[in-house]
Design a protein around this ligand. Structure first.
Ligand code: PXP
Length: 237
């Protein structure tokens, strides 16, 4: 079964727009779980412009599904993750000011840095995932660095989908096979949507997890959170 992890950063963005507690981030996460999400993802950034450190601590004891914390492994981020001990940590190469993740790691250049960080999380019993492009070499070096999983950066798939979905998915299938042969688990995320998710899943049915935020929360404006989550889950069957 491919798990659906809902990225709730956009809920926090909406809340922060008014400075109060509406919508409540913890309630939204618990509702996502109640409506069928298999996990919750947060991406606390240093400027706390969406998810705040406090949200991460508030969520931890209440979530019943998988908790995934993603972010750049700065000393502050590593410290937060080790204190909170989520089920999974996903390392992304974002700079602090970046709008959203827009590339995977160069796992070859940064192999020793990643190894050091991953070792700390592995020792703490936290499953690790490294965000990479659909590129065999990047997947191989993620494995060498000691990652449990890779998360494939799916923006290039999503943006090429409408033109030629077969060509768009082909490099992802290849990278996914490399990951499988190396014994790595496989996640995917970025710009996955109701339009493109099922085709991606059908081509890579051994996918462990997808992490989806922007499109899912946007769809919920029209469909409601419950129906939206059901529809995304249907794309993974
Ligand atoms: N995976 C990673 C590593 C991300 O940084 C993001 C965006 O925060 C996502 C998945 C989810 O992307 P989207 O919001 O486009 O669904």
């Amino acid at each position: 079964m491919t798990k659906l992890s809902v990225n709730i950063n956009k809920i926090a963005t909406l809340r922060n727009a008014r400075g109060g507690d509406v919508p409540n981030v913890v309630k939204a996460a618990l509702d996502c779980e109640a409506f069928g999400a298999d996990g919750i993802t947060v991406h606390p950034r240093p400027d706390e412009r969406h998810i705040r450190r406090k949200d991460v601590y508030d969520l931890r004891p209440l979530l019943r599904t998988e908790f995934n914390i993603e972010g750049y492994p700065s000393p502050e981020f590593v410290d937060l993750v080790l204190k909170v001990k989520p089920h999974q940590v996903t390392l992304v190469p974002d700079s602090p000011a970046q709008l959203t993740s827009n590339a995977g790691w160069d796992t070859k250049t940064h192999q020793s840095f990643l190894s050091e960080v991953l070792d700390g999380f592995n020792e703490a019993g936290i499953r690790t995932s490294v965000f990479v492009a659909a590129d065999a070499e990047m997947v191989e070096y993620a494995a060498k660095a000691g990652a449990d999983r890779v998360e494939l950066y799916t923006e290039p798939y999503a943006s090429a989908y409408a033109k030629d979905r077969e060509a768009a998915v082909a490099p992802f299938v290849e990278a996914a096979k490399v990951a499988r042969n190396l014994g790595l688990g496989l996640n995917a995320g970025h710009d996955l949507s109701l339009l493109n998710l099922n085709y991606f899943y059908k081509n890579i049915p051994w996918l462990d997890e997808v992490s989806i935020g922007h499109a899912l929360i946007s769809d919920a404006l029209y469909l409601g959170l419950k129906q939206t989550i059901e529809e995304y889950k249907n794309c993974l069957r």
